[in-house]
Design a protein around this ligand. Structure first.
Ligand code: AMP
Ligand code: ZN
Ligand code: FE
Ligand code: FE
Length: 278
């Protein structure tokens, strides 16, 4: 039987709906051999996932997804850093504070738009330390202001939405360097979200590789077959490792399943094998 994996998942430590242990059990139930937990700007969920993985007999890889300043926002995945020697705590605190002060601005703006929402309403949707836009979206839904999370983003929370505010982010080079300092492998997440042409992405990769980038997320839930083909070619050209994942968020992204995404993903264990050998 083919061994399948998912190297991009979110737990309640950031903006997923499943606790880390629950996420691990869910992956096991779905027949996966290994997953990486890649919460946004936090490593809080990893220990619980490791502990559950031991009981369940499934492999968990330490991961993170760091937000970097670029337009549109750039995400950098980090894998296999040593949790105990993590030297990126200060940067993660800065990112958390950046979200908190941005959230306060969003709430004020929503109130000005006639929406009755408080931080306490949003906190009802949060189980970890990170409070992000998905939690605000869920609170808007719970209070009946929108019918879905995507409607909340479309109307209010997306870049250009009525209540959008930029938050503090690391520079891409700092995100990459922080992951390296922590002993991890930095990987450019979902390159298609950067909306670049092939030659622009080619150029960007030259720059990011000069900062220490080691991999590219070539398999991703929102990729077309053509996107994936392009990314695999760019990986060869820039001698980059290849990773892949569904960006599973549980009930925050209802149409995406762990491992299989929207039925379009099948990431085999050899992808992880190569990452481990690096
Ligand atoms: P934040 O980091 O707090 O600014 O929130 C951004 C997160 O919201 C992203 O990393 C995604 O997980 C999620 N997100 C962004 N756009 C959408 C969308 N249109 N629908 C659902 N989730 C989204
Ligand atoms: Zn997310
Ligand atoms: Fe992302
Ligand atoms: Fe993600």
């Amino acid at each position: 039987m083919e061994r399948l994996i998912d190297l991009h998942t979110h737990s309640t430590a950031s903006d997923g709906s499943m606790r880390p242990a629950e996420l691990v059990r869910h992956a096991k139930q779905r027949g996966l051999s290994a997953i990486a937990i890649t919460d946004h700007d936090t490593v809080d969920g990893i220990q619980e996932a490791f502990d559950e993985a031991e009981k369940e007999g499934i492999e968990v890889i330490s991961g993170i997804e760091i937000s970097a300043d670029s337009k549109p926002e750039m995400h950098i995945l980090g894998y296999f850093f040593n949790n105990n020697h993590l030297r990126i705590k200060d940067s993660l605190t800065a990112l958390k504070n950046g979200r908190d002060s941005r959230n306060a601005k969003i709430i004020v703006k929503l109130n000005e738009l006639g929406i009755n929402i408080t931080l306490a309403d949003i906190e009802q949707e949060v189980l970890g330390e990170i409070i992000g836009r998905p939690h605000i979206a869920k609170a808007l839904m719970s209070k009946g202001y929108v019918k879905s999370i995507s409607e909340a983003f479309d109307k209010y929370l997306r870049d250009g939405g009525l209540a959008y505010f930029k938050r503090f982010e690391l520079k891409p080079e700092d995100g990459i360097r922080e992951i390296i300092k922590a002993g991890g492998i930095p990987v450019l997440a979902h390159p298609i979200f950067l909306h670049l042409s092939n030659s622009q992405l080619d150029e960007l990769l030259c720059l990011l590789v000069s900062y220490g980038l080691k991999g590219i997320e070539a398999y991703y839930v929102d990729n077309s077959k053509e996107d994936t083909g392009n990314l695999l070619r760019l990986a060869i050209k820039h001698k980059l490792l290849v990773t892949g994942g569904s960006d599973f968020h549980g009930s925050f992204k209802t149409d995406i399943e762990i491992g299989s995404g929207r039925g379009n993903l099948k990431i085999t264990y050899d992808v992880l094998e190569k990452l481990k050998n690096a």
